[in-house]
Write a protein that binds this ligand. Structure first.
Ligand code: SAJ
Length: 432
């Protein structure tokens, strides 16, 4: 018999867990959010949020004030548990990129304590292949009493599945509801239970597979995007050498019905695309050659941009003997990892600004309309945050790093004859 999920527990109240908890709660399901971060728990219980995502504050506020969402630091009994904790890289020598499963392990141990027969446990965290089986093993180790799918198959007391999140930061609330979900149960009954759970709010299709395929599917989606962006970034470097406008080139090539090249940029940032492909490389280092190479191409792009800026500054200094590098001002536009957000995690723009501040003797200004102060990693650097107008006005060299909508409104007249390094193609005039 399929009992309804009266209470759902979401473990990990970050960029994915909190919106998911809020959306379940908005469907009038009782949700217990669990997080080790007391500040996050207190903030949520006040009906506020500790992360930035459009409209999420409103949904959380309503969910908490109507009594459907409550946060705590300790797991409590529920009918379904959804684990959405981070999987960062393990500490290790520079260049090693192995997934750290510690957060998943502690989450599974905290859930194990309150598990009862009939419960469903779903892992949503981006994970290496085999993580769901590992989670099941940790649960069984902690709790010998209920039976688990790895030993009792369809007859097990506990159902376990993997269901990756696939939402785009900035559009999380819409994509949570509308996107298709891939559901990888450890058995068909596990998949059915997880599908019933997600159908509470998912309007997209819930497509069933096994847990390992679902894990690999998540890694594949982000690796596909990374490889495609690496292709665009490599093209941009080739085109620069050949004096071809890469943005025009890509537009033209994309007119072919079976070509769809993404856009070059200063590198790939964020906490997903710059990270997840390494999980494939870490498990299959000898086989995942293209995926590794794409990561390396994208990771090397910031250094290439820094070189372009140095060349532009040197050219200015050489052209005018009165101008000394020490007196030239470089203005960088944008710090976030992509357009129209304030998130600077793994942002290539941060990397570029930091390097310029260290190697360049003149002044480095930054305009980032989505931030009111510089992120901590730039506090000790010779960098000043200024309004966009001032950055343009004082610049000798302008470095366009993030294609925020507000930057696209800057007119060519205000740029005048300042030197320009446009990593996003914002001011490219040619093209169709
Ligand atoms: N980027 C480019 N050129 C492009 C597109 C993106 O340089 O043509 C850069 C961006 O500037 C940014 C980085 O790539 O620095 C990543 O941005 P993104 O918009 O591609 O992706 P994320 O990290 O915001 O979200 C991705 C999404 N995955 C896919 O589109 C396959 C999202 O659906 C996932 O849920 C998310 O990763 C995640 O959490 O895994």
């Amino acid at each position: 018999m399929n009992l309804p999920f009266e209470t759902i527990s979401i473990v990990g109240l970050g960029y994915i867990g909190l919106p998911t908890a809020a959306v379940f709660a908005s469907r009038k399901v009782k949700v217990i959010g669990v997080d080790v971060n007391q500040h996050a728990v207190d903030t949520i219980n006040r009906g506020q949020i500790h992360i930035v995502e459009p409209d999420l504050d409103m949904v959380v506020h309503v969910a908490v004030s109507e009594g459907y969402l409550r946060a705590t630091t300790k797991a409590e009994p529920a009918d379904a548990f959804l684990i959405a904790v981070p999987t960062p890289f393990k500490d290790g020598p520079a260049g090693s990129h192995h997934p750290d499963m510690d957060y998943i392990e502690s989450a599974s141990k905290s859930v194990a304590v309150v598990l009862k027969a009939g419960d469903l446990v779903v892992l949503e965290s981006t994970s290496p292949v085999g993580a769901t089986e590992q989670l099941a093993a940790w649960l069984a180790e902690a709790r010998p009493d209920p039976t688990f799918p790895q030993t009792h198959g369809e007859a097990s007391d506990i159902r376990i599945a993997y269901c990756p999140e696939r939402v785009l930061p900035g559009q999380v609330l819409r994509e949570l509801v509308q996107n298709d979900r891939v559901i990888g149960g450890m058995t068909p009954k596990c998949s059915d239970a997880a599908t019933r759970l997600y159908k509470t709010f998912v309007q997209g299709e819930c497509v069933i597979t096994d847990a390992r395929t679902a894990e690999m599917c998540k890694l594949t989606e982000n690796s596909f995007r990374d490889v495609n962006i690496a292709f665009a970034n490599e093209l941009s470097i080739v085109c620069d050498k050949l004096d071809i406008n890469v943005w025009e080139l890509i537009k033209l090539a994309n007119r072919h019905p079976r070509v769809n090249i993404l856009q070059p940029g200063p590198g790939v940032g964020g906490h997903c695309i710059a990270v997840d492909p390494w999980f494939i490389v870490s498990q299959s280092p000898d086989q995942a050659r293209l995926i590794r190479c794409a990561r390396e191409v994208n990771d090397s792009k910031p250094a290439w941009v820094v070189d372009k800026v140095k060349t532009a500054a040197n050219a200015l200094a050489t052209a005018s003997p009165k101008r000394n590098l020490d007196f030239l001002t470089i203005s960088c536009l944008g710090l976030s990892f992509k357009a129209n957000i304030d998130d600077t995690r793994e942002s290539p723009a941060l990397d570029i600004v930091r390097t310029l501040a260290r190697v360049y003797p003149g002044q480095v200004l930054v305009a980032e309309p989505h931030l009111s102060s510089l992120p901590p990693s730039l506090h000790d650097e010779r960098v000043t945050l200024v309004p966009t107008d001032e950055a343009i006005e004082r610049a000798d060299v302008i470095v366009m790093l993030v294609d925020h909508t507000s930057f696209k409104q800057i007119t060519p007249a205000s740029i005048g004859n300042r030197a320009l390094v446009d990593t996003r193609g914002v001011w490219q005039t040619s093209g169709n």
